[in-house]
Design a protein around this ligand. Structure first.
Ligand code: ATP
Ligand code: MG
Length: 178
């Protein structure tokens, strides 16, 4: 499984539709300060269900919508879609390719989609259990995160190990039947 593309449209500094394509391997995103590198990582965290505006470096969720510049008017909605190659079926669905998308309007109305079908955040979260990919997964390591893990509470460290060991789904299923 690997990340094939990230589409952003109206998300933060990305006023219009941009499609970042990736190959299986290492990709680095480089650019001057303030050019939007961290916004790409924010886009991935957001589409995976991030609910905290602060974690996305904003004050309120509306701040993820392109706010306009002197030359461009603001957008009415933000959209992000990530596409993963799933030919190894690490994600527990039949599809060889999985696209997860999220859209939010200024009214606050929002939706999640998996391969084009409107779904609940719960299903997006579940899709990524034990893959290390969720918004709390270890595949997105933000600035300061390593320090936070090292100095974190034992329970928080345990959650990370559970995810890496692939036992989160069993724990969640057990909790649901109790
Ligand atoms: P650095 O190298 O300093 O870490 P960076 O490339 O990571 O920089 P980002 O933090 O991703 O840069 O981008 C910051 C830019 O995004 C700022 O110019 C900010 O104005 C812009 N930005 C953030 N939110 C929005 C928004 N809602 N609308 C328009 N622009 C936005
Ligand atoms: Mg940055």
């Amino acid at each position: 499984m690997y990340l094939k593309s990230i589409e952003v449209n109206g998300f933060k500094s990305f006023a219009n539709k941009i499609d970042f394509k990736f190959n299986n391997g290492i990709t680095a995103i480089v650019g001057p300060n303030g050019s939007g590198k961290s916004n790409v990582a924010d886009a991935v965290r957001w589409v995976l269900g991030e609910q905290s505006a602060k974690n996305l470096r904003g004050a309120k969720m509306e701040d993820v919508i392109f706010a306009g510049t002197e030359l461009r008017k603001p957008q009415g909605s933000a959209y992000v879609a990530i596409t993963l190659d799933n030919s190894d079926h690490k994600l527990p669905v039949d599809y060889n390719e999985v696209t997860v998308a999220r859209r939010v309007y200024r009214s606050g109305e929002s939706e999640y989609l998996i391969n084009g079908t409107v779904t609940r955040l719960k299903d997006v979260t579940k899709l990524f259990f034990d893959t290390g990919i969720g918004k709390e997964g270890y595949s997105i390591i933000g600035q300061g995160k390593i320090e936070q893990i090292l100095s974190g509470k034992p329970e928080e460290k345990r959650e990370l190990f559970d995810e890496a060991a692939g036992i989160v789904k069993y724990k969640k299923n057990k909790a649901a039947t109790e």
